[in-house]
Structures are given as C-alpha cells and as structure tokens.
Design a protein around this ligand. Structure first.
Ligand SMILES: Cc1ncc(COP(=O)(O)O)c(C=O)c1O
Length: 431
C-alpha cells in the first residue's frame, strides 16, 4: 500500500471503501506493504458468496481460510450468537464458568471420546492452541520430575501458526518465518517419515536425542498452510509407534484437518491411532468467531493433577472460552449432528476430483491432489502471484494461491453449480 496520500486516494476510488483514510493505518497480513495490491473491500457475506463494496459478488473458494464450513451467516449459528449476545457476550474464565463452555467441553470430549481426549483447554486462536499444547507437553515432563526434555520434533512442510512457539515448529521456509531463523527456540524440524529412509533418519534422531525431546507435532494427513501436502495414514501411525517406542507425547494439530475437512470428523479417525493432545480451531465456530481448543488425554492431564500449585498449567488467555464463541461452536456442532456434512464433503471430493482433473494436462502443472473438501493444484512455480489472484477475481471467484499452489477449500454446503464454477475458473485461469 503506497504511503503517498494522493496515490492512496486514487486506489480508494478504484475500490470504494467508505473509510478509505483508514487504509493509511492498516498493517495487512503476510504482505509487503510497499507492494501489496489494495485489498478488496467486502460489505457482506452469505452462503458461499463474498459481496464486495462495489456490488460484485464472488464465489468463495476457500471459506475464509477454511473456517466457514457451513457457509457464511448460517441462520442457526447467527441465532445462537444473537441469543448469547443478549444475555452475556463474555465473562472472564478465571473463577467463573458458563453453560456454553461447559456444554462445548462435554460435546468435544464426547466427539473425541474414542481417543480418550477428554480435557479441554479453550483459547482464542489456532496459534495459541498450539502454544498451549507445547506448554502442556513441556511441563508434562517437568511435573513428572523429568528435566531436559525441552525440544519438540516437527516436520518440514508443516505450519502451526505465527506465535513464537508455533513459528519454531513450522517449516522455516514454507512456514513463512524464515527471516526469524535463529531468533526462535531451536526445535528439531525433520522430514516426515514417508518411506524407509526418512523413517530411519527420524528414528535415529529419536534414538540419539529422545531424552531431550518432549513431543512430536504433526498435522495428520495434510500439511495445510505450509504447502497443502498430503501424506498417507501410515505416517501418523509410524509417528505413534515411534512416540511410544521412545516415550514421547504425540500432538496432532488438526486446526486445518479437524471438523470434517478431510472427510471424517477428525483426520486421526482415518489413521487408526490417537494423539495425546489435539488442537482445534478454524471451523470450530463455523468460521464466525475466534475460538480454539487444546484437548488432552487423561494421562496428560493427570501429570498436572497435584497438591503442588507449581504443577498447574499456568495459562489463561483473557478471552478464553468466550461465551459468544462457545455458543457459535455449539451451534456449529448442532449442524454437524443434524445435517449431512460428511456426505457433503464426500460429494465435494468427487466433484473436485473431476473438476480439477483437466489441470493435469496443462503446462506448468505438477500435481493435482484431492482429499475431502480440499482440492490442490501444485504448479512448477507461480511467477506473479498478485496477477494470478487478480485473474481469479476477474472470473468472479475468490481463490488465493500461495507458494506454488492453487487450492480450493470451499464451504461444505456449496452447491454443485458454484463448485463447478470454482473448478472451471481454476482450469481456465491456469490454462
Ligand atoms: C494446522 C494449523 N495450525 C495452526 C494454525 C494457526 O491458527 P491461527 O491462524 O488461528 O492462529 C493454522 C492456521 O492456518 C493451521 O492451519
């Protein structure tokens, strides 16, 4: 965004934003502010549509960073939030609890019951949920009198968020935080055990350093924001085996994969193994309000259960378990229970497969991969990402490529016609 007032005025005329003066004061995400194109002003959303201030409507291909799984403004979630707003938008969670949080904790514990994940710590963003998981894992060992297990093993291609601890376990390159290398805690970032050689390398690291390692963290089945890379269910199984062999905790970051996105409620259901800690956010509130959860198995919680106050988990974000967020999440879970979301995801998967397949014939396309409501076209490279993004807008769709991938993560409620428009826009633009 230009710093020059007259240039700004010109840009604001192109895309009418009522309070255009405010642009001078915004610092936008993941953007070189000197070169970033003017963001599109949005005045409303509904279903799978984004309504721009200039009246254009875009079909949304990514559901606001894959959060709005029931589509925007779902009446059931809106009504629940409105009811909650009228009685209590928020109350601090220290010394107080409320019905929405209690209900949500119970429902999450029920959903995760097969994995014995039944102790829920709420926070307000995915990154913080990851920080809490790391803190649980690190303190788990100290509470048990084991010192020195201060390292985390995580994987190349992974992305876990933008706070310090989360950055330190993300791939330094594809995880966006390369410029801070050296300034973050040193963790062990290694190749996923996808074959014999990488499994042997990982095992060697664990064998040599396990007494310094607290936990292994992975996004099961799909590494999302680090490049939309897929791996086989064998990988989490291998990680469970190795974690057990070397006595480490295993954390599944399901902030992207959880809540239906990969075709089951949680990705781990397709692996046959369970984590010791899971993180959830994004679609937890159906994309309406910021809320996250870090859910631990009983044995993790028990390490904190003590007569010693120093063994408590010393964490408590101001807005943890926000009542509006919990009301939205409960309403979102109602929709998962009463509407055929997973069947919709299965249908989307088939349509994405068919709709993106023509990309395979295009020059510069390396791979097409689809799982659940996630469709990815990996290119050799993207020369001009802003131009590519603009081309999608011209096609009437909102698709936001990054790195070398163009991806679709639509709402599960998207109608077939809109999904066809998205996939054909991808084919046309890439052609
Ligand atoms: C797997 C995963 N973990 C953590 C995060 C961080 O979540 P948030 O952006 O809410 O902090 C993300 C965000 O994309 C994610 O995909």
């Amino acid at each position: 965004m230009p710093g020059n007032a007259s240039e700004n005025k010109g840009l604001a005329e192109v895309i009418p934003i009522r309070s255009e003066a405010g642009l001078e004061h915004l610092w936008l995400p993941y953007a070189q502010m000197k070169a970033v194109p003017l963001p599109l002003a949005v005045k409303a959303t509904h279903g799978c549509r984004i309504v721009l201030a200039d009246g254009r409507e875009l079909i949304d291909g990514i559901a606001s960073w894959w959060t709005a799984c029931h589509g925007y403004n779902h009446p059931h979630i809106r009504a629940a939030v409105e009811r909650q707003l009228a009685t209590m938008p928020h109350v601090m969670f220290g010394g107080l609890v409320h019905e929405q949080a209690l209900t949500l904790a119970r429902r999450l514990a029920d959903l995760l019951g097969s994995a014995n994940l039944d102790r829920v710590f709420f926070s307000e963003s995915g990154s913080v949920a990851v920080e809490v998981a790391l803190k649980m894992a690190l303190q788990y060992w100290r509470n048990r009198g084991v010192y020195g297990r201060d390292r985390i093993v995580a994987f190349k291609g992974g992305y876990h968020g933008d706070t310090s601890g989360a950055m330190a376990i993300s791939d330094p390159q594809s995880g966006f935080h390369g410029t801070l290398t050296g300034a973050l805690p040193q963790q062990i970032i290694i190749d996923l055990p996808v074959d014999e050689a990488s499994t042997a390398t990982l095992e060697l690291v664990l064998a040599q350093h396990s007494e310094r390692i607290a936990a292994i963290v992975v996004e099961p089945l799909i590494q999302g924001a680090g490049g939309m890379r897929f791996h086989d269910a064998q990988v989490p199984r291998t990680l469970r085996t190795l974690a057990d062999r070397y006595g480490l905790l295993l954390i599944f970051d399901e902030i992207f994969t959880g809540l239906g996105r990969t075709g089951t409620m949680f990705a781990f259901e397709q692996t046959g193994v369970f984590p010791d800690i899971i993180t959830l956010s994004k679609a937890l509130t159906g994309g309406t309000l910021p809320l996250a959860a870090t859910v631990a198995r009983r044995h993790v919680f028990e390490a904190f259960w003590s007569d010693d106050p120093a063994k408590a988990l010393m964490h408590g974000p101001t807005f943890m378990a926000n009542a509006l967020g919990c009301a939205a999440a409960n309403a979102s879970l109602d929709l998962f229970a009463r509407e055929p979301r997973l069947a919709q995801v299965a249908k989307i998967e088939a349509l994405l497969r068919a709709g993106l397949e023509p990309c395979l014939k295009l020059a510069g396309v390396k791979k097409v991969r689809v799982k659940g409501a996630i469709g990815v076209v990996e290119l050799d490279r993207i020369e001009n990402i802003n131009q590519l993004r603009q081309r999608f807008i011209e096609e009437g769709v909102f698709v936001r490529p990054f790195g070398s991938v163009v991806y679709l993560t639509p709402a599960f409620t998207i109608v077939e016609e809109d999904l066809a428009k998205l996939t054909s826009a991808v084919v046309r633009v890439l052609a």
